[in-house]
Design a protein around this ligand. Sequence first.
Ligand code: C2E
Ligand code: CA
Ligand code: CA
Length: 735
Amino acid sequence: MRRKLFIILISLSVFLIGEVILARLIQAEQQRIEETNRYLALERVSTLRARVEGLLQANLLAIRQLRTEIYLNPEFDEERLRLISNSIFSDSLQTRHVAIGVGYVIQFIHPLTGNEAALGFDYRTAPEQLNSYEQALETNEITINGPVQLTQGGTALIARVPVFADGAHNIVISQVIDHERLFQQAGVMDSSELLVSIRGRNGSGREGPVIFGPNAIWQQDPVTQVINLPSGEWYIAVMPASGHWRSESGLAPWWWFFGTLLSALLALATAYILFNQQRLKRAFRTITQQARFDSLTDLPNRHYFLEQLEHYVNSCKRRNEQCALLFIDLDRFKEVNDVLGHAAGDQLLKVIAERLRISMRQDDLVARLSGDEFVLVLKNLHEPVHAQIQAEKILQFIREPITLNNQDVTIDSSIGIAIYPEDGDSADDLLKAADLAMYEAKNNGRGMAAFFSQKLRAKIEDQVRQHHELVHALNNQEFLVHYQPVIHADNGEITSVEALVRWQHPTAGLLEPAEFIQAAERNGTIRELGNKVLQQVCRDLPALRAAGIQGRIAVNISSHQFYDQAAVETWFAIMQEHDVSPAEFIFEITESMLLPDRERQRKMLLSLHDRGIQLAIDDFGTGYSSANHLRHFPISMLKIDRSFAVGVPDDHAHSNLLAALIHMARALSVDVVVEGIESAQQVEFIRHQCADLIQGYYFAQPMALAELLQRYGKTDASNTVDLNAATKKKGGVSR
Ligand code: C2E
Ligand code: CA
Ligand code: CA
C-alpha cells in the first residue's frame, strides 16, 4: 500500500515537473515572440523615421533654394515668385504653398488661389506664429512651426526661414507643408497592425503635444525613434494595435494542451514502469520458484537440488566434513496410482514430502527428483551409522498409514545411502551411488535401506566392462549361432530348428547365453546382437535347405528388441537383403510381451504375423498369461519351459503340472513343444500326453551348422531323428 502511494507521488511529481517545464518553455517562447515583434517594430519605425525625415528634407531643400533665389535677387513681384516656385516646388513635395512675409505681413503667396484669405495676414496678430517667426529671424535658420490652424482653413506644418532678418524690413519665407500628406506618403498609415504616433509640436521633442496618431500608445510601451528637425525634434512611436507586444499567437493553448498531455503520459508511463517493475520482480520470483521447486510438493526439484548439493559438497571439501545422501524410492507407487487414481497418487506424494520435511534437521537438504523418487542430504555427518539410523526412521515414518479416498494405505520405500567422500566426491557421483544403492535395497527385498558398497561398485564396474566387451565382440564377429532341432514325438521328423546364440570369447572360450544375454539386454547391445543372429541365420538357411532340412527356423527375440517399429522394419530389411522369406521363421517371444499395457509391442507382433512370421511363446508356464488372454494374439506355438520336464515322470506333482500345461496348450489349438527332454521316460510320458513336439538333449544338444548338416543332412536317409537311437548319439554333440 505504501509502495503504491509512493509510486503515485512519484508519478504526480513527474506530471508537475512536466507542467513547470512547459510553463517555462511557453514563457520563453512568448518572450522570444515579443522580442521579435519589437525588433520588427523597430525596423518599421526606423524606416518611417527615415522616410519622414527624407520627405521633410526634400521640402526644406526647396525652401532653401527659394531663399537663395530671393537673397540673390530681392527685386521680385508675384510673377517672379510664380516662376521660381513652379521650378522649385514639384508635385512630389507636400508643400501646399509658400508665403513671403515682409515686415511681419504676408505680401506674396504662391499659389494664391485658395489662399487669398492669408494675403495681408499680420503675424503679430497670432502669437504662436509670431513666436516661430521671430525665432527664425533670431536663429537665421529654418524653424518648424505647428502644425497650426491656418487662417484659410485646415492645419498644416509651417517651415520658416528668413531671407533678410534686419528689423522691420525683414523678409521671411513660410512654407506651408501638408504634414498629413507627408506622413501618409512616408507610409505612416500603411500598417493596420501597428499604430503610429508622432509628437513634439514645434519641435518640442518627447514631451511635446501629439501631432499625429493616437495619444494612448505613448502611455503604453512603444518602440520610439527621434526625427531630427532643423530646429528641435519629433518623436515617432509604434505600438501593436492589440496594445501589447505579446502577440496572441494561437499556439499557446495548443502548447498547453499537448504539453499537459505529454506530462500526463509521462506520469502514467512512470507509474506503469514502476508498477510493472514490481510485477516483473514478482514474475521473476515465481519463475525462479517454478524453475527450482516442484509444484506438487514444493520441494526443490532435481536441477535445483543438484545445484545445492554441488555447493554443499564443495564446502564439505573445504571443511573436511562428511555427509550422507539418501535416495528414497517408494515401492509399488505405480499400483497406488493405477488403483486409486492420479489424484490419490499426488496426495500420497504430498504427504510423503511433508513427512520427509518433518524428519529432516533444519539445515539438511530434501528434494523430489522425479515421480516417486526423493533425496535427502544429511549434513555434517559424524558416523555413517547415523545415516543408517536416519534411513530406518524414514522407512518407518513413510510406512505409517495414509488416508486416501477414505481408505488407509500403507506404502513402503527403499533407500539407497551414499556417503561423501567415500562413495563419490561430486554431486553427480554421489547421486549415482545412492541410486545404485537404492536398486540394491530393492533387489534385497524392498522396504529397506542399503549402503553403496565396494561390492556394488565392483558390480557396476563389471557391468561397464561387460558393455565394452560386448560392443567389442559385436564388432569382432565373436558371436556364432548354434542350432537345436525340434522333432515330432511320433516319427522323429525335424519340424523346426531353434537358433541359439553363442559367444566365442577370446579368453573364456565358448559362452552360453546365460552368461551374456541379460547384460546385453541391460545395456542395449541386445538389439545389435539380435540383428547379428538373424543375419547369420539368413546366411545359414540356404545350406540347411540344400541339405534337405525342412521346417522353420526359430529365432529368440528378447522383449528388449521390441523398442519401436523401426526395429521390426530392420528385421524385414535383413531378410530381404538375404533374399529370405519371413515365412521361413518362427520368432520366439516370452509371455511378458503379451501384457495388457504393452500395446506398442502388440502392434509390432501383429505386423510380424501379418507378414508371415509365426510366433511362439517361449518358456510357457513361467509367466502369468491365462489361456484366454493368449487367444487375443496370433500365436502358433507354445514352448513349455524345460523346468516342467524336470523329474518327470517320477515326480508326480511335476508330471501332473506338465500334463495340465500340455492340455491347456492343446485346448488353444496351437502346436506344443515340450523343452528339456533328456530321457526316454520323458519321451514316453510326453507321447502319452499326446504332445506333438519335443526338444531336448535326449535327441540333440544345440550344435554348429556343420554338425547339423552332417548329422541331419540329405546323406542321412530321412532327415529324421532315430527316437530310440537318440541316447547313443548323446556323446556326439558339438561342445
Ligand atoms: P530358450 O529359448 O529356452 O532356449 C533353449 C535353451 O534350453 C537352450 O539354452 C538350450 O541349450 C537349452 N536346452 C535344450 N534342451 C535341453 C535339455 O534337454 N536340457 C537342458 N538342461 N537344457 C536344454 P541356451 O542355448 O543356453 O540358451 C539359453 C537361453 O538364452 C534361451 O533359452 C534363450 O532364452 C536365450 N537365447 C539363446 N539364443 C538367443 C538369441 O539369439 N537371442 C535371444 N534374445 N536370446 C537367446
Ligand atoms: Ca527359445
Ligand atoms: Ca524355452
